[in-house]
Write a protein that binds this ligand. Structure first.
Ligand code: MF3
Ligand code: CO
Length: 257
């Protein structure tokens, strides 16, 4: 069942979304060679709680940490631990925040220091794919229009979309209907309509699209060990078009999606 939101509810998700964006910027500013992902997680948890938010991931289906931090071939759901970040890494911060009962969800992949040209291309493609998906988040379109737009950007660049992981509706619950796949056919799938709030989140790899779940039950890596990137925004479908509820703040590059 798709739950559409009132303007008032969308404002609450936007308030949560602002804190998500600030958290990503804050933790991103701490990201560098030598820091551990566990240290970054502690900083995220403190930052969110000091601002009256709740880290939505903590305790979600038993997830043990405040945010997900996924380096290199870890696509999603990396559990912060003693991993020491190194120059050249691609590190994804995936942050959900609950504020006043409403949730926003966003992810961003940072390059650490000097990164390989192919890694930069993967990041650029992930951002372009997210932008293409957001542009299709318009009332009257179908989910397949959005999914197809994401897929085309990624595959034209020579990269792959992960097919077994999808975006989702978001609001009072972390994961609501509909699923938002990152591949699909135009004109197919659920109709998008005003008041829907969805997390659009291309998860892409430099190699093929297969992934594997590690023994901890959470960490999902590329099966071929290739690099991955993940960009996510919570977006409302409004009469005025797509509205990003997790707009980036404080990141180094001027144009960021
Ligand atoms: N934030 C993730 C998403 O984009 C969900 C993480 S669930 C967790 O949908 F339990 F792993 F945190
Ligand atoms: Co999500």
């Amino acid at each position: 069942m798709i739950i559409r939101k009132s303007a008032r509810e969308i404002q609450k998700i936007a308030a949560a979304g602002a804190l998500v964006a600030e958290t990503i910027a804050h933790v991103g500013s701490l990201l560098g060679p030598g820091v551990t992902t566990e240290e970054l997680d502690s900083a995220a948890a403190a930052f969110i709680r000091e601002r009256d938010g709740i880290p939505t991931s903590e305790g979600y289906k038993g997830y043990p940490k405040a945010i997900c931090i996924s380096p290199n071939d870890v696509v999603v759901h990396g559990i912060p631990d003693g991993y020491v970040v190194a120059e050249g890494d691609l590190v994804t911060l995936d942050v959900g925040v609950t504020l006043d009962g409403y949730i926003a969800d966003s992810a961003y992949t940072f390059g650490v220091g000097a990164i390989a040209p192919e890694s930069q291309s993967l990041l650029d493609t992930g951002q372009n794919a997210l932008a293409a998906g957001i542009a299709e988040a318009v009332a009257g379109n179908r989910v397949g229009d959005l999914s197809h737009a994401v897929q085309m950007v990624v595959e034209r660049a020579g990269f792959s979309v992960v097919r077994s992981l999808v975006g989702h509706g978001v609001g009072r619950h972390y994961h609501e209907d509909p699923h938002i796949p990152n591949f699909g056919e135009p004109g197919r799938g659920p109709l998008l309509s005003e008041g829907m709030t969805i997390a659009i989140e291309p998860m892409i790899t430099a190699g093929d699209s297969e992934v594997a779940v590690m023994d901890d039950g959470w960490t999902i890596r590329t099966a071929d060990g290739s690099m991955s990137a993940h960009f996510e925004h919570t977006v409302a479908i409004t009469a005025e078009g797509p509205r990003i509820l997790t707009p980036r703040v404080g990141l180094a590059r001027s144009v960021e999606v």
